[in-house]
Write a protein that binds this ligand. Sequence first.
Ligand code: PLP
Length: 394
Amino acid sequence: MEKRMQTYLTHMGSKLPDSVSRPKSLPITMSSVFDFEDVEMLDRVYAGDAPGYIYSRNGNPVHDALKEIMSQIDGGEASGVYASGMAAITLSILAHVETGDHIVAANVLYGGTYSFMKNELNRFNIDVTFVSPTIESITEAVRHNTRLLYVETISNPMMDVVDLEKMVEICKNCGIKLIVDNTFATAVICRPLNLGADVVVYSATKYICGHSDVTGGIVVTQKRAVMDKIDEIAALYGPMMSPFDAWLLVRSLRTLELRVRQHSINAMQMASYLEKHPKVEKVYYPGLAKSPTHEIGKKLFQKELFGGMLSFDLKGGETAAYQLIRDLDSIRLVPSLAGVSTTLSYPAKTSHRALDDKELKRAGISAGTLRLSSGLEDFDDIVAEFEIALNKLP
Ligand SMILES: *Cc1c(COP(=O)(O)O)cnc(C)c1O
């Protein structure tokens, strides 16, 4: 029967193609919802008796593809994908605590995580004690109502490696759970779940994406039941990842190992170069033999890789830092990390701008501290550019 134009506009073009060949890459299922033949089938999918999707806030085929890869590479039973690293982090924490509970966390954390713990959790009457991540200070901080220890594999911007084996040991002894933010390391370098952590969280915005074009967060859990709890809360708060972003991240993961390996090799070269430069006071990179946590990194990290992030202090302080950023040409000031190009960040005015002078000092950040995210360029070109700009400094 012939219909009117508006009806064709609303119905046509949504059938899956009739084809014996299949797309080589996973199709992007840009569908917020899925349709059913009848109520019985809808009911069976809701009950879990038939495989299927219902509504993308609760699940989408591209999410599942991303989760499948992440669970595999991180050695977990289950994964969850969300709209940002902060969503992954806050949901993972909320899934582990009730009103009146207590958390112990490392005293050097991503700014957003620190603010969430300091300013948001207290609205739920959840107390957080921030300590340096050592057995002694954690033991001292743990109370009868402590549920969680929260740490980051590599601290920002001093790039100290936290001894995750010791963190696992103390959590087991105290009967508390361990959540690790593994954003700077990725599963290529470190697998906290294999070491005994309960939950790993990522800002997928960084190395998992690697191309500075997606904001996302991922959680991988040792136990499926923990993931179910996180997802239950996630469906209520609602920070879901767009299927398109999930598709981009699947694309990105194809090259994760190659990228992280090259980022790390370039960072090691850069750290060694800067360490010898007369305008540089100090370099912070766990790959350097001098680094205070080099041995921990060697013990925990795979393939002798130490990640793509390093920091350094310029002898000329703030003036020199500002000038270097101005004089560098292809190396841009970018308040994030892990893209394909080498970038610099100025922690005192970006990631750590909420800290007062005393807190900055305690975190080891000076006015001459710069953080470098090493890219995938031919590194001779990057060193050449630095050489020109560094030698211009007074
Ligand atoms: C960027 C970052 C986050 C926050 O992730 P978003 O994707 O920006 O929400 C958390 N932890 C670390 C270590 C980060 O670098």
